[in-house]
Write a protein that binds this ligand. Structure first.
Ligand code: ATP
Length: 264
C-alpha cells in the first residue's frame, strides 16, 4: 500500500463527502477515487452546488469525510496533526477573512506562519521564500501597497503568492478566478500552470472556467449529481463526460472545438 502511493501527493479511496447534522447525513458525492502526482494542475469542475467547495474542504481536512479515505503524500489525512498539515497543504478559500489593512508583503509573509517561532519572527529563509514567491507570481512591484488598494486580480495574485510562500507540496484554491475578466481568468490559470511547472507543486482548484480548464489542466475532477469522474481532459473528452454536464437546451458541448457553445 505505501509504495503504491509514495509518488502521489493526493489520493482518495472510495471517498464520500457531505455534511453531518445530528443523526442525519447530507451526502453530496460518493465513490470519489482520484490520484494526483507532483507538479500536476487539477481543476474541479461542476455546476453550482455540485460539491466543489465541499470536496476541497474535505481534501484539506477542514470538514470530515462521510466515508472512505484521503491520503496526503503517503499519510492518512485523519492521522496528520494540524501543524504538519500546514506544512503539506496551503489553502486559498473564497471569501476568506483577511485584514485588508495589511501590506502585500505582510500578507504574503503570513504564508510562513507554520514555520515561524511563537513571536512570529521571520528568519532569512522565511524572507527568501517570501521574496521568491512574490517574484514567481510577479507582484514585486506591489510589495508595499495596502491590500485594500488592490484590484480583484491583483489580490488573487497576492493570495496565490502567500500559498506559494507557505511552500507546501499541495496548494488548494477555491474559485481563484471569481470576479475576474476573461483576460485575467486566463492569466491566473496560466499562472497556476506555470507555477506547477516551475515549482513541481501540485495545484488543485475549483473553477467554472471549463473551457480554460480543458486547455490548461493535466487532470480534471468532474462533479455531477452523485457521480464524480476523474481523468485527463482528453480521457474525459473521449468518454463524452462533458456532454451531459448542463441541462439540455441553452448550451451544448461542441466536440470539434472541445468547448461549450450557445445551442442555437
Ligand atoms: N455547511 C454546510 N452544511 C450543510 N450543507 C452545505 C454546507 N455547505 C454547503 N452545503 C450544501 O452542499 C452542496 C454543495 O455545496 P458546495 O458549496 O460544495 O458546491 P459548489 O459546487 O462549490 O457550488 P458553487 O459553484 O455554487 O460554489 C449544496 O447543496 C450546499 O447547499
Amino acid at each position: 500500500m505505501r509504495s503504491e502511493i509514495s509518488n502521489t501527493v493526493l489520493k482518495t479511496e472510495n471517498l464520500s463527502i457531505g455534511y453531518r447534522k445530528k443523526n442525519t447525513v447530507n451526502l453530496i458525492a460518493s465513490e470519489i477515487d482520484i490520484e494526483v502526482k507532483p507538479g500536476e494542475l487539477v481543476a474541479v469542475i461542476g455546476v453550482n452546488g455540485a460539491g466543489k467547495s465541499t470536496l476541497l474542504k474535505t481534501l484539506s481536512g477542514i470538514i470530515q469525510s462521510i466515508d472512505g479515505q484521503v491520503f496526503i503524500s503517503s499519510n492518512k489525512l485523519s492521522k496528520i496533526n494540524p501543524s504538519d498539515l500546514a506544512k503539506n497543504i496551503s489553502i486559498v478559500l473564497t471569501e476568506q477573512f483577511l485584514s485588508k489593512n495589511l501590506s502585500v508583503i505582510e500578507l504574503v509573509a503570513l504564508g510562513r506562519q507554520p514555520y515561524t517561532n511563537w513571536i512570529g519572527r521571520l528568519t532569512k529563509t522565511d524572507l527568501r521564500k517570501i521574496k521568491k514567491a512574490m517574484a514567481l507570481v510577479g507582484i514585486e512591484n506591489l510589495r508595499t501597497k495596502k491590500c485594500y488598494e488592490l484590484s480583484d486580480g491583483q489580490m488573487q495574485k497576492v493570495l496565490i503568492a502567500r500559498a506559494i510562500a507557505q511552500d507546501t507540496p499541495l496548494v488548494i484554491l477555491d474559485e481563484p478566478t471569481t470576479h475576474l475578466d476573461l483576460y485575467h481568468k486566463a492569466y491566473v490559470l496560466q499562472l497556476l500552470k506555470k507555477l506547477t511547472r516551475k515549482t513541481n507543486k501540485t495545484i488543485v482548484f475549483a473553477s467554472h472556467e471549463i473551457n480554460l480548464a480543458i486547455q490548461l489542466c493535466d487532470k480534471i475532477i468532474l462533479m455531477q449529481e452523485k457521480k464524480v469522474q476523474f481523468g485527463t481532459p482528453k480521457e474525459l473528452l473521449d468518454s463524452g463526460a462533458f456532454s451531459d454536464l448542463f441541462p439540455k437546451g441553452l448550451i451544448k458541448f461542441d466536440t470539434d472545438s472541445s468547448s461549450f457553445k450557445i445551442d442555437t
